[in-house]
Design a protein around this ligand. Structure first.
Ligand code: ATP
Length: 201
């Protein structure tokens, strides 16, 4: 059993996330693919993050009709939510499963700054990576810091998608069209709950 884990802040979930997961499902063939919503991402401290109930509602809308599941593994445990612990917990909950951790190439480049990246790597069978525009992974440099990484990386073969949650938030804040970057249900939710507006609105 190959279990894929896709961790994110999902503030908001967008079509880049869905593209990565669809391509990973087609190209790397996991039996299940779990979205792990991180309540308090340790690497995004100091940034204003939308309250968890809104992000949870948007992830549920984004996953409607998709062949991916939402995992509550990080929602149900106290912070900090480090990925190496998430992987360990999911391994314990799914005995015998091999783990595939999915990420964009920006996250791969940041991996050495994550808590105990070598422990995360050793819990995984594969790291599935989708290239993001402007973020070329430097595998030789990463291999120096995290020996064994290169052998576990599997690139997801799909055209890069130039969408980020930051761009969605910025477009909403500026009153620009954003609807084509997110699933329709998420666009409606953002409008209905007036998310990502300037503070004085
Ligand atoms: P932000 O712009 O707020 O930093 P984000 O768009 O990177 O957010 P996250 O929820 O932080 O979204 O991302 C979760 C995971 O999805 C990360 O591994 C990230 O690299 C990956 N990801 C996000 N957008 C894309 C994309 N367009 N293509 C490939 N991977 C992506």
């Amino acid at each position: 059993m190959l279990l894929a884990i896709f961790g994110g802040t999902f503030d908001p979930p967008h079509l880049g996330h869905l593209a990565l997961c669809r391509a990973a499902l087609a190209g790397l063939g996991p039996d299940r693919l779990l979205w792990v919503l991180t309540p308090n991402p340790p690497h995004k401290r100091g940034r204003r993050i939308t309250p968890l109930p809104h992000r949870l509602a948007m992830v549920e809308l984004a996953l409607q009709g998709q062949p991916f599941e939402l995992s509550h593994v990080d929602i149900e445990r106290p912070a900090p939510h480090y990925a190496f612990e998430t992987a360990r917990l999911l391994a314990a909950q799914n005995p015998g499963a091999d783990l595939l951790y999915l990420m964009g190439s920006d996250s791969l480049n940041d991996l050495p700054t994550w808590r105990r990246p070598a422990d995360l790597l050793s819990a995984l069978r594969y790291l599935g990576v989708m290239r993001r525009p402007g973020e070329t992974p430097d595998l030789p440099a990463l291999e120096q810091i995290l020996p064994g990484l290169t052998a576990k990386v599997r690139f997801v073969d799909a055209p890069p998608v130039d969408i980020s949650a930051s761009e969605v938030r910025a477009r909403v804040r500026r009153g620009e069209p954003f609807e084509r970057l997110v699933p329709p249900g998420v666009a409606a939710y953002i409008r209905e709950h007036h998310l990502y507006q300037p503070p004085n609105r």
